[in-house]
Design a protein around this ligand. Structure first.
Ligand code: D5M
Ligand code: FE
Ligand code: ZN
Length: 492
């Protein structure tokens, strides 16, 4: 059957992700989801992912029309919605809310997933990160790899990691490439660099010595990173923002009682609660449909609009002074490939006008404070690639993203990436606050002046998480004072 599947996709001029093969092989009719997906695709995609065929499985099962959580529109353009949002005047409060969406993909998707798109995408990623790296003192005068290979002195190069492998003697070899050439870099086991993890596809700088066999012995590895000290761009008053994600409305394990508690507290006259003007919701706002095999058995609301309607009622019951900024995650009803656009109008219209919809990721301004909101799917890939990372400590993975200046450096893992003309997953502008969700943990910290927030979940442990030993920390609400970045977590 495996051969039949691979022959089928090969005949159609596309590829099948390994996870997708495994998923299809355990289906009653392995070919059906694949045919459903490719049949509904306006253009043959470059690669068919697990998400694609899982979604298509749901289409095959439920012939009813479903929105795009399960629809195969990985790379279609979005209808345009205003890229910025500002609401003046608010009778319920003594000050104006000020939310702007500075950057996201909504309405600007151009790619179709062709091979040329991927080439262009990676070239853009490489060039932007290389420019950042060349600004680093350690890499001043960095050479093209083709030129550096001919050198016998100290070389400074910038490249994208094409391979990482250990040698027999415990050293590591990195293959790094730029537009001119590729070179092998030896990271000696007995050097201070031995403990530094390097991941596939990251863009980094190397300072080293080229030997006569064209091998570069690394003395230093340089990450784009962020400046060591940056002031927090604070507001004048102690207005606060709260952070949520992974509400998973519609799931049997959604924690309704804990939600009631937080909702009541937000509406109470508690001093901290009353100072919260913004609620940033970083994806997986509902559980979705057809997101993983046999999900229907774990749903209390099995209609995708029904799930968003229930959420809209919950959000409408929150106090009027709150501006809610909502981005999608991997369970939501937009294309799974990142960057994800904001929800379609059919979903937006279910919500009150105090809810502002943005893409995943989004760079937001809350009264001038820059917030980078990202659901955090790539943490699945970082956790498996980097020793020392774990689902329980997402903050470490977030620091790694800032050091690499990229939200999803590893390509071809669990995080599907759409090859847009520009790489929206690069951390171009250093934010004041960086918020993620996805791992259902909770934490606050700071890295070089950037406040880091991982925003818990409102879902109890699911059977899947139990099987994978993922122990969630639900019902925590991180709250950040926008005047000075002070962060606390309240448990409900
Ligand atoms: O993710 C909820 C949790 O489950 C989060 O800790 C990540 C983990 N998770 C989800 N999908 C996967 C895969 N495919 N591999 C490994 N770990 C995973 P949620 O997005 O809410 O389902
Ligand atoms: Fe989630
Ligand atoms: Zn998620």
């Amino acid at each position: 059957m495996r051969e039949e599947l691979l022959a089928f996709v090969s005949n159609r001029g596309t590829l099948l992700e390994p996870d997708a093969v495994e998923f299809l092989l355990v289906q009653q009719d392995p070919m059906a989801p694949l045919e459903a997906f490719l049949g509904a695709c306006p253009e043959t995609p470059f690669v068919v992912t697990l998400q694609d065929v899982m979604g298509a499985g749901a289409i095959a099962r439920k012939t009813a029309s479903l929105p795009r959580a399960v629809a195969p529109t990985p790379l279609a353009a979005e209808p345009s919605i205003p890229a910025s949002f500002r609401r003046e005047g608010d009778p319920a409060a003594d000050r104006d809310a000020d939310v702007r969406i500075l950057r996201d993909i909504t309405g600007r998707s151009t790619c179709e997933g062709t091979l040329e798109d991927f080439t262009r995408y990676f070239r853009h990623r490489f060039h932007v990160l290389r420019t950042m790296l060349r600004g680093r003192r350690e890499l001043a005068g960095a050479q093209d790899i083709a030129k550096a290979r001919k050198s016998t002195r100290e070389v400074r190069i910038v490249g994208m990691v094409a391979d990482v492998r250990p040698t027999k003697n415990g050293h590591r070899i990195l293959e790094i490439e730029d537009d001119t050439d590729q070179v092998a870099v030896l990271v000696p086991a007995d050097s201070g660099l031995a403990a530094e993890t390097v991941v596939m596809d990251e863009v980094l700088g190397v300072v080293g010595t080229a030997n006569d066999r064209g091998l570069v012995i690394a003395h230093a590895l340089v990450r784009p990173d962020i400046p060591t000290t940056r002031p927090f761009r604070g507001t004048k008053d102690h207005v606060r923002a709260a952070f949520m994600s992974d509400i998973h409305v519609g799931s049997r394990t959604f924690l309704e009682d804990r939600w009631t508690k937080v909702s009541t507290w937000l509406g109470s006259d508690d001093g901290v609660a009353a100072s919260i003007r913004y609620l940033v919701v970083s994806g997986d706002v509902v559980d979705g449909i057809g997101v993983y095999p046999r999900q229907d058995e774990e749903l209390t609301i099995d209609d995708i609009y029904g799930q968003y309607e229930a959420l809209a009622r919950m959000i409408a019951a929150l106090p009027d002074r709150l501006r809610v900024i909502m981005i999608p995650g991997n369970h939501d009803a937009v294309r799974p490939a990142e960057p994800q656009p904001a929800f379609p109008q059919s979903i937006q219209k279910l919500f009150d006008s105090n809810v502002i919809f943005a893409g995943n990721p989004s760079l937001l301004s809350l009264e001038g404070v820059r917030v980078l909101a990202y659901h955090g799917r790539s943490m699945d890939d970082l956790v498996s690639a980097m020793p020392g990372m774990s689902y329980a400590r997402p903050i470490e993975a977030m620091k790694a993203m800032l050091r690499m200046r990229h939200l999803a450096p590893i390509y071809g893992g669990k995080t599907p990436i759409a090859p847009e003309a520009e790489d929206h997953l690069i951390v171009e502008e250093v934010p004041d606050i960086f918020a993620t969700g996805h791992v259902h943990s909770a934490g606050v910290d700071a890295y070089r002046g950037v406040v880091l927030v991982n925003s818990s979940t409102w879902q109890a442990q699911t059977p899947y998480q139990k099987m994978r030993n993922i122990d969630p920390m639900p019902a925590r609400l991180p709250i950040v004072d926008l005047a000075n970045g002070t962060a606390i977590i309240r448990e409900f």
